[in-house]
Structures are given as C-alpha cells and as structure tokens.
Design a protein around this ligand. Structure first.
Ligand code: GZL
Length: 335
C-alpha cells in the first residue's frame, strides 16, 4: 500500500470520527443526581414549647440526634402559640439554607397555607408527634402516636383500677383543647369507657397543658362533686400529678380514695406510680428524632412510597406492677 493511500485512509477515518461525534444523537450524559447525606441537612424544627417532661425529652431527642448525625438544626420554641409556628414556618421557607422543616403542631388546623408555601419553595416537611388535619399531600410523612389508641388504653386502665365499681364517676382533666393529643385521648376514652359503665361527671381542658390550670380544675371538681368522684382521667403526667396534689390537699388519698390515670410515662409519672398515687400511666414515645431525620433524608433523596403516617411504638405501666419492678424499669428509661 503506497504511503499516500494509507495517509488518505487515516485522514478519512479521523474525519468520519469527528463527524460522528458532532452529529451523534446521543443525549448528553446527565450529571449524576446529588446523593444527600445528613451533613447536607439543615433542619428548621418548629417545636410546640416546653410544657412537659415529654416535651423536654422530645426536644432532647432532636438536639442529640442532630449532633450525632452532623445535621444543622435551627430551633423554634413556639410557646404553645400557633401564630408563632406560622411565623417560624415563613422564616424557614425564606431561609435558603433550610432544606427540611419539622413541625410538632400546637393545633390540628391552621397549617394548610404555610405547608403549600413550603412545598412551592421545595422544602421537605415532616410532621412529628401530633397529627394535623391538613392533606397528607402537603407533607412527606407524619411520625407520631396513635392518641385514639392511647385513649382506649386509658379507659381500660381506668376500668381495671375501678374493678368492682360499676357506674363509677370520673372527671377528665384534658390537655390543650386544640391539640390532637387531647382531642384523640378524649375520643379514645369515650370509645371504651362503657366497658365498666364509667360516667364522665365533668370534663375541663387545661390551655397549653398548664398544670396550674389542671390543679385548679381538680380543686373545683372536688368542691363541686364532694364525695362523688372515684376516678381522674388526666391527659398527661403533669396534669395527673396536679390532680394528685389537689386530692392530697383536700385530705383524700390519691390511689385509694380516687384512682388516677395519666399519659406520657415520664420519670415523674413513674415516681407517682411507685408511691401508688398514680394508678396507671399510658406511654407516649417522645424519642422520634432518628425516624424523623431518616424520613427527611429519604425525601431529599427522592425516595417515594413512604406511608402518610408512621405510628409510634409504645406501651403502658401500672402501680400494680409493684414499686421495685417500676424502679427497675425506670432505671432503663431515657426520660
Ligand atoms: C404527645 C404530646 C403531648 C404530651 C404532652 O405526643 O403531643 O404534648 O402528652 C405534651 O405532655 O404537651
């Protein structure tokens, strides 16, 4: 083969390769989608407030887990006011650094507009602790307790404490009337209290779950229904303890003269079960941060098919387990 011919072949191959590259119909290779890690997460956490031992444990869970995972956490204490939660939402929506918003809702309604704005701004939203009435399409998922089931458990525990007393009179000291935890614990109790013929003599709600309001409710009930109250159904441990203090101040014995049921199973709740003054405590799990952060990371990485609600796993305790057994359990608990 002459030199000129082989040179022509080489040149022809080079030109066709160049033309092929220019005219290629192959789409440009897309840049690989970013894979988020916890260190990429900047979370705006809108907490209800600091109204109870449960709430303190819930806040600690988010603070501690953020440190462990390397998540940047921005925190808002809403002082149990929904208007502060709406303001916080708008602040985090406007903050370009924030890519995840977590809400522990004071109320069940009033969030639709900020949820729509957060979605439009491309922010991931996860609801933790309390359910809200907004459409589940407006947030990634809800991780929190089945308060209705908790109320069912509370009624069964009250019936056990009132064994042998059919048609017993019970007064209810509710949490904040706008909160799903209070709404559903009240509903759940009423679904099952007929099992032992409980008569709900009176029902009052403590705004912002304030235990001083809870104590004044019990003081008033003891005066109004002197000698007629057999049980107290309180929507968290602080309200149950406030009722116990009122009962004791009236010269009666909580746990003997009047049975008391509370919620949360905090360390203080355990202390009053160990003395026998609190008859039963329905657990409500505050340690939700690991699940919430994982759900948010999945959302950032485009994972779909998550359930609209992930119910918390939780149990219940009773004074009848005995002081030593309860003290041993208390040693193993984080809050
Ligand atoms: C329950 C939580 C409730 C607690 C109260 O998940 O929302 O709010 O039971 C707290 O102690 O105020």
């Amino acid at each position: 083969m002459t030199k000129s011919r082989s040179l022509r072949i080489v040149m022809a191959v080079a030109v066709s390769a160049a033309l092929a590259a220019c005219s290629s119909s192959a789409t440009p290779v897309p840049a690989t989608a970013k894979v988020y890690t916890y260190k990429d997460m900047v979370v705006g956490f809108i907490q209800t407030g600091s109204e109870s031992g449960w709430r303190a444990a819930n806040t600690s869970s988010f603070n501690e887990e953020a440190k462990t995972d390397g998540i940047t956490l921005k925190f808002t204490d809403s002082q149990n006011k929904i208007e502060n939660q709406i303001t916080a939402f708008n602040t985090y929506i406007a903050d370009p650094a924030v890519n995840v918003i977590v809400l522990a809702a004071v109320d069940v309604t009033g969030y639709d507009n900020v949820l729509k704005a957060a979605k439009a701004a491309g922010k991931v939203v996860v609801i933790e602790d309390r359910r809200i009435d907004s459409p589940s399409t407006l947030y990634y998922t809800y991780i929190g307790s089945d308060f209705d089931l908790e109320g069912n458990k509370g009624a069964a525990a009250m019936c056990t404490l009132l064994t042998g007393m059919s048609g017993a009179n019970v007064v209810e000291i509710g949490g904040d009337q706008g909160a799903s935890a209070a709404i559903d614990r009240a509903k759940g109790f009423r679904e099952k209290d007929s099992a032992c013929g409980i008569n709900i003599l009176d029902s009052q709600y403590a705004a912002a779950w304030d235990p001083t309001v809870g104590k004044s409710i019990m003081d008033a009930d003891l005066k109004k229904y002197a000698g007629k109250i057999q049980g107290v159904y309180a929507h968290n441990d602080e309200l149950a303890i406030a009722a116990i203090q009122s009962i004791d101040a009236a010269g009666l014995k909580a746990g003997t003269d009047i049975k008391v049921v509370g919620f949360d199973a905090t360390a203080d709740g355990f202390k009053y079960m160990i003395t026998g003054e609190l008859g039963a405590d329905i657990e409500c799990n505050p340690l939700l941060a690991p699940q919430v952060y994982k759900a948010a990371l999945d959302a950032l990485n485009g994972v779909t098919g998550q359930p609209a609600w992930v119910p918390s796993q939780e149990g219940q305790f009773a004074a009848s387990q005995g002081a030593q057994a309860l003290q041993d359990i208390l040693k193993t608990r984080k809050y």
